[in-house]
Design a protein around this ligand. Structure first.
Ligand SMILES: CC(C)(COP(=O)(O)OP(=O)(O)OC[C@H]1O[C@@H](n2cnc3c(N)ncnc32)[C@H](O)[C@@H]1OP(=O)(O)O)[C@@H](O)C(=O)NCCC(=O)NCCS
Length: 204
């Protein structure tokens, strides 16, 4: 009996819902700039709280401390950075460590769950890095972000059109460490594959 056309049942199953969120470094500054330039002026306003200009975005990127903070990004198959999360980690004593979450998704990729997945990734990162509280600040008019805040069960304080939200983070455990390890490894592998296929498809 020939086996060449046999497909193992496992490979007929739908792939798990993996969203590869990769750790970004200083070498990704250009992609970060392209990401923020792709936001609408309304989205820039919602992300930074004011009508930030291109030069100020460049300053913001140049001032990111890649050694202290954590930045996650989602690349599409054209290697465009379609979503970015910045986890700003405060210099506080070990037992009161806090981090602030900021996120943006380019208009063509909004509404596909990337914003919420990046939030979940930030929570996992915080948990495994001894951060006790994850906070975020957004305008109360920001419907999508307020939805994420409520869905995550964050504690909310609103004042004069601004909302401060915070989430207590439990300590790390074995499943949380393994989960992060698996997510980091699969995101790196996914990016390597995207780079290979994108370069192979690019004209000489
Ligand atoms: C806010 C933002 C990051 C959300 O990212 P996103 O990938 O579009 O969001 P998601 O697809 O994960 O959806 C979030 C949820 O909000 C809901 N939602 C979207 N727009 C909404 C609105 N106007 N009102 C209420 N809920 C809304 C979605 O239905 C979804 O709900 P579900 O998960 O229960 O189905 C994105 O819109 C963005 O980049 N906005 C501009 C920058 C910004 O506001 N940053 C936040 C500052 S911290």
């Amino acid at each position: 009996m020939g086996t060449e056309n046999t497909v193992l049942p496992y490979f007929n199953q739908p792939a798990p819902d993996i969203v590869p969120m990769v750790h970004l470094e200083a070498c990704n500054k250009h992609a970060l700039m392209q990401h923020f330039l792709a936001l609408t002026s309304r989205d820039r306003y919602l992300r930074f709280g004011y009508a930030i200009g291109d030069e100020q975005i460049q300053i913001y990127i140049d001032q990111i401390n890649f050694d202290q903070d954590e930045i996650f990004g989602i690349f599409n198959h054209k290697l465009e950075l379609i979503a970015v999360a910045h986890i700003g980690i405060s210099r506080m004593p070990e037992d009161t460590r806090q981090a602030e979450f900021g996120v943006s998704v380019v208009p063509k990729a909004q509404g596909k769950g990337f914003g919420y997945r990046l939030f979940q990734r930030a929570v996992l990162f915080a948990r495994n890095h001894g951060i006790q509280t994850l906070t975020l600040q957004c305008l109360s008019e920001n419907g999508a972000m307020m939805h994420i805040v409520r869905k995550a069960g964050m504690t909310v304080q609103s004042n004069h059109g601004e909302t401060m939200a915070s989430l207590k983070i439990p300590p790390a455990n074995l499943p949380s460490v393994l989960d992060e390890w698996m997510q980091s490894a699969s995101a790196r592998a996914d990016l390597a594959i995207k780079k290979m296929t994108f370069r192979a498809a690019a004209p000489d």
